[in-house]
Design a protein around this ligand. Structure first.
Ligand code: ADP
Length: 394
């Protein structure tokens, strides 16, 4: 019996899942929220029940201690020794890290040297890693990187047409994100089709609050819609996706704001929220548009059109695709978004079966038997991927 902890540390939160491996069975999961604020919330799920406690948790170190002691108290583990490895989700591995790695001093120093590539996420990831390493010093800590899966992108996909020096000296290039999910889902898709990953071309649409599309050719990412940061690509809950970069200076002048403030607006007040003016949540937009709110429908359509643009482009780039897969919060749950997107790429010979598409959060084929490209819903599971990679490195 091997227990592995999968961890995702954010700036004020820490999500965790304890898995039994190699069975890939979730023993317990939970989240610590509002770390560093008054009334932090610790919640843990066990046998279908959710226990919640409100207390003041001043930093990630305290959060880790509380979490681990809770596992003892609830008799989920008899001692810390039962946890054989901790897998940490890390947002960015820079241009060097192409796979999951054991996190020792050297690797942590490298990550510290690239914090400015993703300051909002990588900083908190490192805080989480250090906090866990301190409490569990004798356990192997593994980093599983959102960017790693995209290392197989060819230069023509990852290079921006900017001065060479920007790339060489400052590492300005497309990195891509959600790699753990794109890999999990594309591997699973091949398995469902009774093929090896090398034998199929899959277009993965990971559509949640954050969203990205990935062209997976023979098991490898060859292009993806997110770029240097998770802001590029399709419009998301609050992120704009692609805009003409000249908009930044234009709006700085018009609104008398700094570049940083405009970037912040592109990250936090755009996308669904910006276009609809109502909400960043797809459920609200679906409800609003049913009431006749034009801008809510427009927010959905602007995103669906861009997703369709990427699907068509990746289909051509890969020389065809065997499957298109929808995953993450919206991809798994919003049937209207799935049909909206697929109906825009009918020219590829893809056809959705609305009866099959009438589902939520389950693994299912949703294209017709005649469709030239299969369309699936496949729930993602980043924690399982993290635990698999951690186990492999133990
Ligand atoms: P992230 O992990 O990027 O924060 P998620 O993958 O959890 O995001 O996706 C969140 C999105 O999924 C929200 O926009 C939410 O409205 C949407 N979602 C969840 N359930 C449904 C549903 N039943 N119908 C439509 N959208 C849904």
């Amino acid at each position: 019996m091997t227990k592995i902890m999968a961890v995702n540390a954010g700036s004020s939160s820490l999500k965790f899942q304890l898995l039994e491996m190699p069975e890939e069975k979730t023993i317990t999961s939970g989240i610590v929220e509002r770390i560093g604020m008054k009334k932090s919330v610790f919640s843990i799920k066990l046998n279908g029940d959710k226990l919640e406690e409100t207390l003041d948790i001043k930093d990630h170190g305290v959060a880790v201690n509380i979490l681990l002691n809770k596992l003892l108290e609830l008799k989920i583990i008899a001692s810390f020794d039962e946890i054989l490895g901790v897998g940490h989700r890390v947002v960015h591995g820079g241009s060097k890290i192409a796979e999951s790695i054991v996190l020792n001093e050297k690797e942590i120093s490298y990550l510290e040297s690239i914090v400015d590539l993703a300051p909002l996420h990588l900083g908190p990831n490192l805080t989480g890693i250090k906090a866990f390493k301190e409490v569990l010093p004798n356990v192997k800590h593994v980093g599983v990187f959102d960017t790693a899966f995209h290392h197989t992108m060819p230069e023509e996909s990852f290079l921006y047409a900017v001065p060479w020096d920007w790339y060489e000296r400052f590492q300005v290039r497309k990195y891509g994100f959600h790699g753990t999910s794109h890999k999990f889902v594309s591997d699973r898709c091949a398995e469902i089709m009774g093929k090896k990953p090398e034998e199929v071309n899959v277009i993965v649409c990971h559509i949640g609050n954050g969203a990205s599309i990935c062209a997976v050719k023979g098991g490898h990412s060859v292009d993806t819609s997110m770029g240097f940061t998770p802001l590029e690509g399709i419009p998301m809950g609050t992120r704009s996706g692609n805009v003409d970069p000249a908009v930044v200076e234009f709006m700085m002048t018009k609104k008398n704001k700094k570049a940083k403030e405009i970037t912040n607006i592109l990250n936090k007040q755009s996308g669904y929220l910006g276009v609809s003016g109502v909400s960043s949540d797809s459920r609200d937009l679906v409800a609003e548009s049913a009431k006749g709110n034009h801008r809510a429908q427009l927010a959905i359509d602007v995103q669906a059109k861009r997703i369709a643009d990427y699907i068509a482009s990746y289909y051509v780039y890969m020389g065809g695709a065997d499957a298109i897969v929808f995953t993450a919060g919206i991809g798994e749950n919003a049937k209207s978004t799935r049909s909206n997107v697929i109906n825009r790429v009918k020219a590829l010979g893809v056809e959705i079966d609305e009866e099959r598409n009438d589902c939520r959060g389950v693994e299912r084929l949703i294209s017709t038997d005649e469709s030239k490209v299969k369309v699936y819903v496949i729930p993602t599971n980043e924690e399982v991927m993290i635990a698999r990679d951690t186990l492999a490195l133990l």
